[in-house]
Every structure is written in structure tokens, then in C-alpha cells.
Design a protein around this ligand. Structure first.
Ligand SMILES: [Zn+2]
Length: 429
């Protein structure tokens, strides 16, 4: 490593550009960091490009009791994550103006490199350009109420305007795609039944919303990205749109890939998120879509809240806050499930490191290559551990992964060749 970048990769080291199997590549690796003596990897360790998580709700300022930049980025390091892109909500102010972005940058003291999404809301349509020029990575929009009053959602006509504006800027619209009409027709009567909660947010809500985004992209030429795809029922429309060459990318999340509806007890609101975690067969289809290249990346959608909010309503899914805390566990959770399905670690790293870096245009992140930032994680893929929510570095000790046995332990992390601690604020390249 030199000047925070990878200076040289000697014989036998892995390139993350690998077509081949990362599992079989790394042994006897030596890493020469900036901050100390040579490090020789143990027999059971591999060297990974740090995870790039482009979907993290840090919530600071304004809801720092939910999570903050210090706690989020410490947890990220523990999970092998070396870059995050922060969502424009649930901080207050939401990142929908240049002033709000400046406020966020002023408070964002980070351990790892951190970028920021902007928001596209009814109030700022027509004036996204200044925020784009101020260095957000793109714009997040909701098609259904976001859960917080200060971040409004776009109706069909506003979605169209946002896409046109973003096409002109050459930016990207990242969309929470659930159709409010479908949701309104399936009102959750409340209660502790997880199945009733899932029925209140059916596949159809994702399918029709995604079809609307696809139609908008077709008309405007804008780049769009579907965040947290849960329903495999939307895949045929996405596959067809992409086959037509439309610039649409897709992410899913560790909780959709590693947990199934059948495993979720009634009243267990730590599993509540929107769209919901669906059934086992759906989960298999999401994995197949990753393998087929129909889903591009896996990011956590780390969206914590306080214990009070996550348990509000005493198990009533209509009352509790929806959002899953998983920043520290994403890599281990996905790797555990991937390994059980016979999927090599190299694929996981592609979906969680290189893929997200490419999605946001960070060509120096997410890869082990000469000249790339020396963002690296030492990972022991076979070591197992049990998740205890109260031992995680997330600010609030609630997570859907509590009690799970996972495999894959992050033992050491470097950010630009040094110990984490002095993260930069990133802008698009
Ligand atoms: Zn989110």
C-alpha cells in the first residue's frame, strides 16, 4: 500500500476482478499496511475488498438516538464495511436541500469513507440541480408514504417530473417502489400476526410500482434503481426492461435473502420492514435472480430505530417502526446463507463490494487492484459466532438477526491503507 492505495499485488494475491473462485485463491497473503508492520494472513483468513454499502440510514442529525455517524461507522468497520452512502431520510433535516446537505456534512464525523444521497420530494422538484452539483450520489424517492412526515412521497405525475429532471442532470433516481393504491386496498387491521402484515403489503404493490418506474424510465431515459427489492414477482418486468436496454439497476437486502416469513414469530416486530420479508419460495427466487444477474447488488438498508419504537404496540405490526438494523452483520449473514447454498465467497464480494461501488461510480472502491484505494478486510470465512444484539456496535440493541449463528468473522480492516478513524466525505467521481 502506498498513499492509501494498493501499490502492488504480488504473485498469488487475489484480484477482486476475479472470474475465478476467491475461496481457493488466498493463502499465505502478506499485507503491507501504512500503519504498521507487515501482516501475514492466518491460514483461515482471506483478504477482501472492504464492503461498500450504498443503503444506510444513519439518521443524524435529528434522530441521532436511532443511530449516528459515530456508532454507524464503528459498526460498519466491525462488519467489514469500508464505504457507506447515507440515505437522505430519517435525519432532520432530510437531505433535500443544499443547506441540509451542508448540515449533514458538518455533523458527519466518520470512521470510514461516507457519501450522501439526496432526496427527491414534492417540495424540491424542479430544483434538484444545486443538490446534484453539491455532490450527492443521486436522489431517493418514495412512491408511498416514507414513514416520516418530513420526507414526502411522489405521485405518478411527480415521479415523471423527477425522472425527467434527473435524466437532464445525468444523475440516478433510487426508488422505494410500493404502490400506495395497492397498499390502501390491503389495509393492515393491525395485530401480532406476521402473516397479516405481509398480506397488507402484497407482491402486487411492488410489481405495479416497479412497472410505473419502468414506464417512466422508458419515456424519460433517466437512470433508475430499485431499492430493497423484496418480491420476486417483480423480476419478470425488470428482466424485460433490462433486456430492452433500459438503465435500471436492482438491489436486494440480506434480510430478504437470509430470513423467510415462515421463520418469523407473531409479534416479533424486530423483523418488520417495508416491503416485508416474504416466504421461503420467494427467497429462493431472489437468490436465483442474483445468480442470473437480474439483481445487481446486496446492501443492508440498515434502518434502525430506538427500542421503544421497534417494540411499540407490544408486537402489533401496524404500530412498530419498520426497519431492520443489519449494517454490522450484512456480510456474515449473506455469506452464511450463500455458503449453505454452495455459492462461493467471490460472488458475495461481487454483490456487496465491487457491485455497489460500480453502481455509485466509485471506481477506486470495492476492488483489490493496483491503484484502487486500500480498503481491505481480513475475513475468516469459516469462523462461527452467535449474534447477540446487545453486543453489536449499532446504537440500539434490536436486530432481526439476534440469536442467529452466522459464519464469517471480520478480524481487521483498513481504510485507504490505515486503521479506520479518519473517514472522508465522498463525492461522485
Ligand atoms: Zn432504506
Amino acid at each position: 500500500m502506498r498513499d492509501g492505495r494498493i501499490a502492488e499485488i504480488s504473485d498469488g494475491a487475489l484480484e477482486s476482478d476475479l472470474d475465478s473462485d476467491l475461496d481457493s485463491a488466498p493463502d499465505g497473503k502478506v499485507v503491507a499496511p501504512l500503519d504498521g508492520p507487515l501482516v501475514t494472513l492466518a491460514e483461515d483468513e482471506v483478504l477482501l475488498p472492504g464492503i461498500v454499502d450504498t443503503h444506510v440510514h444513519v439518521n443524524e442529525p435529528g434522530r441521532t438516538e436511532w443511530e449516528g455517524f459515530a456508532s454507524a461507522t464503528r459498526a460498519a468497520v466491525a462488519g467489514g464495511v469500508t464505504t457507506i452512502i447515507d440515505m437522505p431520510l430519517n435525519s432532520i433535516p432530510a437531505t433535500t436541500t443544499v443547506a441540509a446537505l451542508a448540515i449533514k456534512r458538518a455533523v458527519a464525523h466518520v470512521q470510514i469513507d461516507t457519501g450522501f444521497w439526496g432526496g427527491a420530494v414534492p417540495e424540491n422538484l424542479g430544483s434538484l440541480a444545486p443538490l446534484h452539483e453539491a455532490g450527492v450520489f443521486g436522489f431517493k424517492a418514495f412512491l408511498t408514504p416514507s414513514g416520516v412526515d418530513e420526507f414526502g412521497h411522489l405521485n405518478a405525475e411527480q415521479l415523471e417530473r423527477a425522472l425527467s429532471e434527473i435524466a437532464a442532470l445525468g444523475s440516478v433516481l433510487i426508488v422505494h417502489a410500493e404502490d400506495p393504491t395497492v397498499l390502501d386496498a390491503n389495509t393492515n387491521a393491525g395485530g401480532r400476526s406476521y402473516h397479516s402484515f405481509v398480506e397488507s403489503r402484497p407482491d402486487e404493490a411492488e410489481v405495479t410500482a416497479i412497472e410505473r418506474v419502468i414506464a417512466g424510465v422508458r419515456r424519460t431515459g433517466a437512470r433508475a434503481h430499485i431499492v430493497h427489492l423484496s418480491s420476486a414477482a417483480a423480476l419478470p418486468a425488470l428482466r424485460a426492461a433490462r433486456a430492452d436496454g433500459l438503465p435500471i439497476t436492482v438491489e436486494t437486502c440480506p434480510h430478504y435473502l437470509t430470513i423467510a416469513e415462515e421463520q418469523i414469530p407473531d409479534g416479533a416486530t424486530q423483523f418488520k420492514c417495508c416491503p416485508p420479508i416474504r416466504g421461503d419460495a420467494n427467497r429462493d427466487q431472489l437468490w436465483q435472480a442474483l445468480l442470473d444477474g437480474d439483481i445487481d447488488i446486496i446492501v443492508t438498508d440498515h434502518s434502525p430505530a430506538t427500542v421503544e419504537l421497534k417494540t411499540a404496540g407490544d408486537g402489533d405490526f401496524a404500530v412498530a417502526w419498520g426497519g431492520i438494523a443489519g449494517l454490522q452483520l450484512g456480510l456474515a449473514a449473506v455469506w452464511t446463507e450463500a455458503a449453505s447454498r454452495g455459492i462461493p465467497l467471490a460472488r458475495v464480494v461481487q454483490w456487496m463490494s465491487r457491485g455497489p461501488a460500480d453502481f455509485v461510480g466509485l471506481a477506486q472502491k470495492g476492488r483489490i487492484a493496483v491503484g484502487a484505494d486500500a480498503d481491505l478486510a481480513v475475513f475468516a470465512p469459516d469462523e462461527r459466532f452467535t449474534v447477540h444484539a446487545d453486543q453489536l456496535l449499532h446504537k440500539n440493541p434490536v436486530t432481526a438477526y439476534d440469536g442467529r449463528e452466522l459464519r464469517g468473522v471480520v478480524r481487521r480492516v483498513w481504510v485507504r491503507g490505515a486503521a479506520p478513524g479518519a473517514g472522508l466525505h465522498l463525492r461522485p467521481e
